[in-house]
Design a protein around this ligand. Structure first.
Ligand code: HEC
Ligand code: HEC
Length: 198
């Protein structure tokens, strides 16, 4: 990945500043919070912000767990820890419900620009590692398991590397176990494959 770690669009930085300000006043409604979240994550469910995941069509339960883990600093990402500070359990569920109803993201790459051989080889690799068993035949997830089809390639690669290095704490140990036998190059292939899945 060649992208610098800290590029966030201007809207996002502004959104972050506003959220910090508003949460000090502690008077944000769920709808107001949601607008702040989607300034970075994409209003239509699809993120255009580097290293920031698309959230459209993620299972509500997965979203609730991740927001809860950010709020309680179990999953440590300072930006997201800040964003979720002081969210009540009820608001957290309402946010997750609203976000899960956004449309699923669509791959940015035109089908003719996709390397069919690399896709086929990586599909086999994914099935050998049982990615499809937990994430579903079409990788749309369910319950506590996230949707990974058509997620951003940069985020997929980053987060898979973090599970492998045990720097991303999951709700359970499933992912660090799975990635134990997956090489860094294979992580690149998996990110390529998943981000282009339609
Ligand atoms: C300033 C930009 C920004 C704002 C505002 C923001 N996020 Fe995030 N969010 C991020 C980034 C960057 C990540 C990736 C963190 C990482 O690297 O693990 C993230 C990760 C997440 C994830 C994890 C998703 C996954 O697939 O792993 C969830 C859920 C989430 N954010 C929800 C929210 C909610 C809810 C709000 C509003 C309360 C919000 N975010 C506000 C930038 C932002
Ligand atoms: C045993 C079930 C299981 C298997 C097998 C599995 N996963 Fe997962 N995966 C999960 C669960 C559960 C999570 C959420 C963990 C957490 O709380 O962070 C997850 C999270 C992820 C995420 C994070 C997505 C996001 O938006 O934050 C990615 C990417 C991912 N898995 C890719 C894969 C790939 C690629 C494979 C195959 C190499 C795979 N998974 C195999 C259960 C599984």
């Amino acid at each position: 990945m060649t992208q610098p770690r800290n590029i966030l669009s201007r809207t996002c930085v502004l959104a972050a500043a506003l959220l910090v300000f508003a949460s000090a006043a502690n008077s944000q409604t769920v709808q107001e919070r949601l607008a702040t979240c989607l300034a970075c994550h994409g209003e239509n469910g699809q993120s255009n912000t580097p290293l920031t995941p698309s959230l459209g069509a993620q299972p509500a339960f997965f979203l609730s767990i991740q927001i809860f883990m950010f709020r309680d600093k179990i999953r440590q990402v300072p930006l997201m820890n800040q964003m979720t500070q002081g969210i009540s359990n009820n608001d957290l569920k309402a946010l997750a419900e609203a976000i899960s109803k956004l449309p699923a993201p669509v791959p940015k790459h035109a089908p003719e620009d996709v390397n069919a051989e690399r896709m086929a080889a990586t599909r086999t690799l994914a099935e050998q590692n049982r990615c499809n068993v937990c994430h579903g035949a079409n990788y749309a997830g369910g319950e506590n398991v996230p949707r990974i089809a058509s997620q951003r390639e940069d985020y997929l690669a980053k987060t898979l590397r973090e599970y492998k290095a045990n720097t991303r704490r999951g709700y359970d140990a499933a992912m660090s176990d799975v990635l134990h036998s997956v090489s860094d190059e294979q992580i690149g292939d998996l990110a390529y494959f998943l981000s282009r899945l339609r």
